[in-house]
Design a binder for this molecule. Structure first.
Ligand SMILES: NC(=O)C1=CN([C@@H]2O[C@H](COP(=O)(O)OP(=O)(O)OC[C@H]3O[C@@H](n4cnc5c(N)ncnc54)[C@H](O)[C@@H]3O)[C@@H](O)[C@H]2O)C=CC1
Length: 517
């Protein structure tokens, strides 16, 4: 394990390797080895043009260079996946499960190393990165468990004839990921795909190319056939080559709504099924009979995980008028206390946003909110850590906006940063109408002690993932996905098997052919 990491990273000459492996520090990592992976090996890209810098958000340093894959490399990766599909799809569910469980064990043993690389490339706190690695592992374990349960039906027909159904894999699936949960997204897509007997070519976001390759290597080390999970690097051109590829059977995408629409359009040319996990502008409803302590905790969890860069975040926090002052006082106090800084430190609760343009975009939403009449109750400013090496990092103070109204940009548009908009409401009917008044429908939450109200409200919320008295909980056994423009299909849970397999019906005649001619 240590050797593999040593090969992955080039450290400053003075740093003793063993010590450096045990405690990566922000600003100390350079990645020089290739980040593409297919047919069981890492590959450099043949396309030397359009090289892009990949940054370390905590420091603003260049971490590595990304060379996007072109048509030749995409073909090679798809070819490798086709070849692996030939072996993998013929294995029994139990045989596939054994390899997936082994991959989960390797992830467990390399938890810290993977989490550290996620932090270095993404900027989130090490505490959260560890949980993401755990979620990836659990997802692989969960689908390994389901692999041997895939089965069809037997249907008795007249005269002793019968039919049966077979649940078959689709073939080579493509996964395209966003930058906010790089390792976890790769696992959430590959685990159900592989459990169903498919192979996969995964394209991470060009902003966070590092950890998906580690997952591909882990499957290979666990005994998967060469080419089972392949990683090609690149941006929209590489993604579009994958979506249009004639040997690709399905595309599963996580990212923004505008890109999701393009993916669907491209896939439609080949009548390929898509799974789309897109953005949100989710509501969180806090009624006056809530347990206030839990409601405040829920609002913080709904807004500030991963520096607010979470698709399911409940950024429209509707608070019933009577408890608004108390709620705001407590939420602001706790937001001010969030420890911002070096994401590799255990004490840090909020790291750096993913890159400079994104930080500027989030800050401009705060400026716009002020212009439109919202009150900044705390935060919303660039943050410069005292540690000198972090001064080029992309930090901001988490922000709570008060006096918000439904028409404001901060309430209508997805900010994808640590900005909570607080709104006041009076009645259940009113808040439901306002909560549903959006083209998105990824998630929604309600805090109340009234059990009847909780279920009534949830029934009327137009969102794919609803939370009662909690928020942003994503156990892998539970389906996750959106209504309306937040997406199509689901990730996690048993239902996802249906999105990565197809049903074949076999009719069996036991008598003579009843011919009309
Ligand atoms: N619903 C969900 O589960 C999640 C949704 N998101 C959404 O993702 C967005 C942020 O992530 P970004 O990476 O900026 O999104 P994005 O849509 O810009 O990019 C996502 C991925 O699509 C690729 N891509 C871009 N254009 C493409 C094209 N024309 N053809 C094929 N691939 C293309 C990118 O290279 C990247 O890998 C937010 O809006 C957020 O809400 C993020 C995480 C989870």
């Amino acid at each position: 394990m240590l050797q593999r990491l040593a090969a992955t990273l080039r450290r400053p000459a003075a740093a003793p390797l063993a010590a450096a492996v045990r405690c990566i520090s922000s600003g100390s990592v350079d990645i020089t080895i290739p980040l593409n992976f297919w047919a069981g090996k890492r590959w450099t890209s043949k396309e030397k043009c359009n090289k892009e810098n990949v940054y370390e958000p905590a420091t603003g340093r260049v971490l590595c260079h990304l060379e996007p894959c072109g048509a030749v490399e995409v073909d090679e990766a798809v070819e490798a996946a086709k070849s692996a599909f030939g072996h993998w799809s013929k294995m029994s569910g139990m045989e596939r499960a054994r390899i997936m469980i082994e991959a989960a064990h390797i992830i467990e043993s390399r938890r810290e190393e993977i989490a550290e690389m996620e932090v270095v490339n993404n900027g989130k706190s090490i505490t959260e990165a560890r949980l993401d690695v755990d979620s990836a592992r659990l997802c692989i374990e969960y689908y390994a468990g389901l692999a041997s349960t895939l089965a069809g039906q037997h249907i008795q027909l007249p005269g002793g004839s019968f039919a049966y159904t077979r649940r078959e894999p689709l073939g080579v699936c493509v996964g395209i990921g966003a930058w906010n949960y790089p390792f976890q997204i790769a696992a959430w897509k590959s685990a159900p795909a592989l459990a169903c007997g498919n192979s996969m070519v995964f394209k991470p976001s060009p902003v966070t190319p590092v950890t998906a390759v580690m997952l591909a290597e882990i499957y290979a080390e666990a005994g998967a056939p060469e080419g089972l999970l392949n990683v090609v690097q690149g941006g929209q051109e590489t993604g579009s080559l994958l979506c249009h590829h004639p040997d690709v059977a399905k595309v599963s995408f996580t990212g923004s709504v505008p890109t999701g629409k393009k993916i669907m359009e491209m896939a439609s040319k080949g009548v390929k099924p898509v799974t789309l996990e897109l953005g949100g502008k989710s509501p969180l409803l806090i009624f006056q009979d809530s347990d206030l302590e839990n409601a405040v905790r829920g609002a913080l969890m709904a807004n500030f995980l991963s520096q607010g860069q979470v698709c399911s975040n409940g950024t429209r926090v509707f608070v019933q008028k009577n408890i608004l002052p108390e709620f705001v006082e407590e939420v602001v106090k706790r937001t001010r206390a969030i420890e911002i800084g070096d994401p590799l430190l255990d004490s840090t609760r909020m790291g750096a946003l993913v890159n400079q343009p994104h930080l500027e975009k989030v800050l401009s939403f705060v400026d716009q909110a002020k212009k439109e009449g919202a009150t900044v109750l705390c935060g919303g400013e660039p943050f410069v850590p005292s540690d000198h090496k972090l001064r080029g990092g992309y930090y901001m103070t988490p922000c709570v906006l008060g006096d918000c109204t439904d028409e404001m940009t901060c309430v209508k548009e997805e900010i994808f940063g640590p900005v909570m908009s607080v709104l006041s409401f009076e009645t259940e009917e009113e808040v439901l109408q306002r909560a549903n008044d959006t083209t998105m429908g990824l998630a929604a939450g309600v805090f109340t002690r009234d059990v009847m109200r909780a279920h009534r409200v949830v029934e009327h919320l137009k969102a794919g993932s609803c939370f009662i008295n909690n928020y942003n909980i994503t156990p892998v056994e539970v389906p996750f996905g959106g209504f309306k423009m937040s997406g199509i299909g689901r990730e996690n849970g048993q239902v996802t098997v249906e999105h990565y397999s197809q049903l074949k019906t076999v009719f069996v005649e036991m008598g003579d052919v009843d011919c009309l001619f």
